[in-house]
Design a binder for this molecule. Structure first.
Ligand code: PLP
Length: 404
């Protein structure tokens, strides 16, 4: 008899070990959450978690308000079939619509599903509202993008590792250089239903586009009659010191895509938000998800939205981000080639001749900091927004010492 469960579990653990070994050696096996920004491994070592679940843990590990809300809902109702409304969905949707200043929201589960939802909405809107001939819609995307790992999404990725051997790929996407408004202008035409971009490219290494680019994207979309879709899965929900990264340029996209921190780091919750004129193209039966907007997800998502509406996390990210920048900036030319930072989100490029990104992340781990390298010589820092000044000081000291 085959024990599928055992086999599947060990295969999964093997994959996770490969991932972890790719980042660190020896592997920290993280056991439990401590207070807020800290995690503890099986040997009792504590780490300041500057990966923060790739920005899913904006509110830290085990935030008491989120845990309380989740426990309360677990004892009441966790799932209904979509034929029934649940009493948590309305308040969540209303809160999220308020936060995004959009009329309606469509809840899903993962970031990739929310991106897929936005793509489907844009295409359908293109055919039904814009009048694009059937099956000829195009969506313009950016070089260096990361929007998830479904077959359609990796079809327009330029990351070989994410894409190779998964073809045939979904057509209908054009790629332009990130930050190049002229290239974008040249790429849009009558078939363009949307421009899809991350306002800051997270997985790309916290790449911030040139000042004014997001405003130009907005203008180009308006001129072309195309939807601007902002994937704020990683950049949104206070990470950058504002509710959304688009806020830094006072730009409002047509569709917000949100995920990660929307579930407070304890449950997968994602959503898109848009006005009715766009989202009404989705009719009953034409799109959906078993778990999207379920009572537990909606209860947690509602608490997250309520916390964000209070503004405290945005303020903390802005103030502590400024402190982090103050501490890191002097390292440019002294170990670091460049730093890119917005709120509590930083990409550090190590100077040629310095330690590799991997060696640097191991040095940081030895000093009690979890951080991830990318592209060989870049370190990304995304501490939970509950860190305090002392912890920022610790982080700066650890980076400084690891470069010495
Ligand atoms: N979009 C962006 C900008 C992301 O950074 C990610 C994940 O890192 C995703 C989408 C995909 O989210 P998920 O892993 O929840 O599918």
């Amino acid at each position: 008899m085959t024990h599928h469960t055992d086999l599947d579990t060990s295969a999964h653990i093997a994959l996770v070990e490969k991932y972890a070994a790719h980042n660190y050696h020896p592997l920290p096996v993280v056991l439990s959450h401590g207070e807020g920004a800290w995690v503890t491994d099986v040997e009792g070592n504590r780490y300041l978690d500057c990966l923060a679940g790739y920005s899913a843990l904006n509110f830290g590990h085990g935030h008491p308000r989120l845990l309380a809300r989740a426990h309360e809902q677990l004892d009441r109702l966790t799932l209904t079939s979509r034929a029934f409304l649940n009493d948590q969905l309305g308040p969540f949707a209303e809160g999220l619509a308020g936060l995004t200043r959009k009329e309606v929201v469509l809840p899903m589960n993962t970031g990739a599903e929310a991106v897929e939802t936005a793509i489907k909405v844009a295409r359908k809107w293109g055919y039904r509202v814009k009048g694009v001939p059937e099956d000829s819609a195009t969506i313009v995307v950016m070089e260096g993008n990361f929007h998830g790992r479904t077959t359609t999404i990796i079809s327009f990725s330029d990351d070989k590792v994410a894409r190779d051997d998964y073809g045939p790929f979904t057509p209908g996407f054009r790629t332009v250089s990130y930050g190049d408004a002229d290239a974008l202008r040249a790429a849009v035409d009558d078939t363009t239903v949307a421009v899809l971009l991350e306002p800051i490219q997270g997985e790309g290494g916290v790449v911030i586009p040139p000042e004014g680019f997001l405003r130009e994207v907005r203008q180009i979309c308006d001129g072309a009659g195309a939807l601007m879709i902002a994937d704020e899965v990683q950049s949104g929900l206070a990470r950058t010191g504002r509710t959304f990264a688009c806020d830094h340029e006072d730009v409002t996209p047509d569709i917000y895509v949100m995920g990660k921190a929307l579930g407070g780091g304890i449950y997968p919750v994602s959503a898109i938000a848009a006005d009715r004129a766009i989202l009404d193209v989705i009719t009953p039966g034409s799109h959906g998800s078993t778990f999207g907007g379920n009572p537990l997800a909606a209860a947690i998502g509602h608490e997250v939205v309520t916390m964000l509406a209070e503004g405290e996390f945005q303020r903390r990210a802005a103030e502590l981000g400024a402190l982090l920048e103050q501490g890191l900036r002097p390292l440019v030319g002294h170990g670091l080639e460049t730093i890119r930072i917005r709120g509590l989100w930083a990409g550090l490029d190590i100077e040629p001749g310095g330690p590799s990104g991997r060696a640097m992340s191991e040095q940081l781990m030895a000093r009690g900091i979890l951080a991830k390298d990318t592209h060989g010589s870049t370190i990304r820092l995304a501490p939970p927004l509950v860190v305090d000044e002392e912890e920022i000081g610790m982080l700066v000291d650890a980076v400084t010492a690891s470069l010495a």
